[in-house]
Design a protein around this ligand. Structure first.
Ligand code: GLV
Ligand code: MN
Ligand code: MN
Length: 415
């Protein structure tokens, strides 16, 4: 049994120091992929890894690995990590808690002199959030082989700079891109600690969640074209208003998600641009995104099909044209039963109350799960708030999660 305590100071300082790399200080945390603050945060993590005696590796899309070598480095390693990029005006825990917890778990194992056969790697996955390039989980998607060299040219930010151009400008060796992909058995197991981002643990009064499945996201970008006309002189019956058509879709997304046969279906329209965006012009064009998720792929497929067929009805009813692109349609991922029972046993032995649960938020683990057995440890989010400047998780809860994580990693590293 591993009895060493995680250091509350290390966890607190790690999260607070990382939070200094923030482009919206005073208005939540914003750290967008490959901006100055994100690049500085990467250097901070690499320095921390080196100070902790780890070897630092980085692949051609910027996934960072801190290597704590095992007694038999030829065995497939154990991974633990998360992300350090954020949505706009986010909190300081989403992603960062998992990175700092992985570093602290490695430090505990190393300082306690615990022997482990397998290498343990902490990981910072590149851009879990879709904030800059509209596509989530760039680093872990590439590790799973679902983002390839040829795709980099097609993925652009709002300044029309492609991911390829950005990576080249920063000196990443794109000739080595094919080396990123992992195959089955390259990694023995992976466990990610994350804040829950919902209120289930808080409501149950339990400090730990063990995740059974992670919902998979589908993201669709929709453009509706109507006719831009004068708001005063165009009679109601002859208008072709792109925004009223979009509004029907917004409500359809909500109705389909609420009425689905799965309690885990969620649908959101969180981004919309209206042209010309003038109080006295009928909107001629609207672009918006749909985020649809479920832990049951078959139900998500059904909802998506029903949604897309409603576009045709709205087109003919309102005379608009609707174009859409399905940007990603990702599978949910099941966590590994063996790892989950092991985490459960650790909790039982330590008399820690836990809850087996579904993650409605997605995580890099959905892609890691494509080539390795995975699990996730959740710690409570106050009020269930996340993607919000007021996101909060007590450091004591992260400490407890880190201790369970450290013991899990050590157990797996000796299998
Ligand atoms: C990840 O941040 C998500 O949107 O679930
Ligand atoms: Mn997030
Ligand atoms: Mn996250």
């Amino acid at each position: 049994m591993f009895t060493m305590n995680a250091s509350l100071e290390n966890i607190k300082n790690g999260i607070n120091e990382l939070d200094q790399f923030n482009s919206t200080k005073g208005q939540g945390t914003t750290r967008i992929l490959f901006t100055d603050v994100e690049l500085e945060a990467r250097e901070y993590i690499k320095d921390k890894m080196k100070m902790n005696g780890l070897t630092v590796e980085e692949d051609a899309i910027g996934n960072i690995f801190g290597v704590l070598e095992g007694q038999d480095p030829k065995l497939p390693p154990i991974w633990s990590g998360s992300h350090i990029d954020t949505v706009k005006h986010a909190g300081k825990f989403d992603g960062m808690a998992g990175v700092i917890a992985a570093l602290e778990a490695q430090r505990m194992i190393k300082e306690a002199g615990m022997k482990h056969k397998r290498t343990i790697k902490s990981v910072v996955f590149t851009s879990e959030e879709p904030t800059r390039f509209g596509l989530c989980c760039l680093g872990s998607r590439a590790l799973a082989g679902e983002l390839q060299r040829k795709d980099l040219r097609e993925i652009c930010d709002e300044d029309e700079e492609s991911l390829e151009q950005v990576l080249e400008r920063l000196g990443y060796d794109l000739n080595a891109f094919h080396l990123i992909k992992k195959s089955n058995h390259d990694v023995y197991a992976s466990v990610e600690l994350h804040i829950e981002q919902g209120a289930v643990l808080e409501q149950l009064g339990k400090p730990i969640g063990i995740v059974d499945a992670i919902a998979g996201p589908s993201n669709i970008t929709v453009t509706i074209e109507g006719v831009q006309e004068h708001a005063g002189s165009t009679p109601m019956p002859i208008r072709v208003d792109a925004l009223t058509a979009a509004s029907e879709i917004v409500l359809k997304v909500e109705a389909l998600a609420k009425g689905s046969s799965s309690e885990h279906t969620v649908g959101t329209v969180g981004f919309m641009e209206v042209y010309p965006n003038a109080s006295n012009a009928i909107p001629g064009k609207v672009t918006f995104t749909i985020d649809l998720r479920d832990s049951d792929m078959a139900v998500k497929e059904e909802v998506l099909q029903e949604l897309l067929s409603s576009f045709k009805e709205i087109e003919s009813k309102r005379q608009v044209s609707i174009h859409y692109v399905v940007d990603n349609h990702d599978q949910p991922m099941h966590c590994d039963n063996h790892i989950n029972s092991m985490i459960e046993k650790i909790c039982l032995r330590k008399s820690i109350d836990y809850n087996r649960m579904i993650s409605g938020a997605y995580h890099d683990s959905i892609f890691v799960g494509k080539f390795a057995p995975i699990s996730m440890i959740f710690v409570p989010s106050q009020g269930g708030l996340s993607h919000n400047p007021n996101e909060w998780t007590d450091f004591e809860d992260i400490k407890l999660g880190t201790e369970i994580l450290a013991e899990s990693l050590l157990t797996l590293a000796n299998e």
